[in-house]
Design a protein around this ligand. Structure first.
Ligand code: ASP
Length: 314
């Protein structure tokens, strides 16, 4: 792994490796022996991604460098590049970056000599979300292959959709898209089906929030959106017996999903958030090892064989 920018850079074997390492971290807390510094440079709003990185870093024993865009020198005109170079210069060992530009990493990749993790790039990539989604599905089914997975919602403006379509297809899943008119993106290579067909045939229904902040113009009203395009209680009843519901959150209750379904038996939404901590621990340690920042002796590997059992409740 170079910088962790996209799941596209990983082979299926490496994806399974991260899933397994994440599961090991969930079962046993392991700390790094060395003093290491991590900085989370979030230029866009975040609750889950940022905070689960902080928890993951603290569990590993990192010193977390506090960065808040609002009180940083970016307000004095400093660029992302110079901000990242600054953290590198003062001794950060790892950067997590979220930025509104689709390709923020291009200008930085060859010039930053500490590992960077993409915490979200515009509307194109959210690889750590994708990894935690795959872990959650894998925990359920013990595989990703041949599963029918529908991604439902504002496909056009969603980085979660883009990261997941590519990665899930690579892992052998059958990926379908469902979108209201105006929310489709024909550049994404997956067939569109209706939400009614999706609930009938899919093992996983992954809902997406309407990404209002990325809309260039005010799109059609969201009135009746739930009824026409979202997961209603009536549609949930028509889902396959063991099918599960995912959502990267934040959730807009009663817009893309009926509020009563957010914590229903099929929902793995809060489980996804929990998995986010362990997947991020796994990604960070694998990256640090590849970069030679930590070695085998820095972390004691938990050797237990993990067996995946279907978790009925979150
Ligand atoms: N939290 C996810 C993201 O950062 C999904 C969302 O915001 O709707 O892309």
């Amino acid at each position: 792994m170079q910088h962790f920018i996209s799941v596209d850079q990983l082979k299926p074997k490496e994806i399974y490796g991260i899933i397994e390492t994440a599961e090991q971290f969930r079962h046993k807390n392991l700390k790094l022996n060395d003093q290491l510094f991590a900085a989370n440079l979030f230029f866009e709003s975040s609750t889950r991604t940022k905070m689960s990185f902080v928890v993951a870093q603290r569990k590993l024993g990192f010193e977390v460098l506090d960065f808040h865009k609002a009180s940083s020198s970016t307000n004095k005109g400093e660029t992302l590049y110079d901000t990242a170079k600054t953290f590198e210069a003062i001794g950060a060992n790892l950067l997590v970056v979220r930025h509104q530009d689709d390709d923020w990493f291009k200008a930085l990749m060859d010039h930053i000599s500490i590992p960077m993790i993409n915490g979200g790039a515009g509307k194109v990539e959210h690889p750590t979300q994708c990894m935690l989604d795959m872990l959650t599905i894998y925990q359920e089914y013990g595989t990703l292959k041949d599963l029918n997975i529908a991604i439902v919602g504002d496909i056009k403006h969603s980085r979660v959709a883009r990261s997941n379509v590519n990665a899930l297809k690579k892992m052998g899943a059958n990926v379908y898209l469902c979108a209201a008119p105006g929310f489709e993106d024909m550049t994404i290579q997956a067939p569109y089906i209706t939400i009614d067909k999706a609930v009938k045939i899919c093992d996983v229904i992954m809902l997406l929030r309407i990404q209002h902040e990325r809309h260039e113009a005010q799109l059609e009203t969201t009135e009746n959106y739930l009824y026409n395009y979202g997961l209603t209680k009536e549609r949930e009843k028509r889902m396959k017996k063991d099918a599960i519901i995912l959502h990267p959150a934040p959730i807009n209750r009663d817009v893309e999903i009926d509020t009563d379904l957010v914590e229903c038996e099929r929902s793995r939404i809060f489980k996804q958030m929990n998995n986010g901590v362990y997947v991020r621990m796994a990604i960070m340690t694998e990256l640090l090892q590849e970069w030679g920042i930590i070695n085998e002796n820095s972390i004691e590997k938990h050797k237990n064989v993990i067996t995946y059992q279907r978790t009925k409740s979150v």
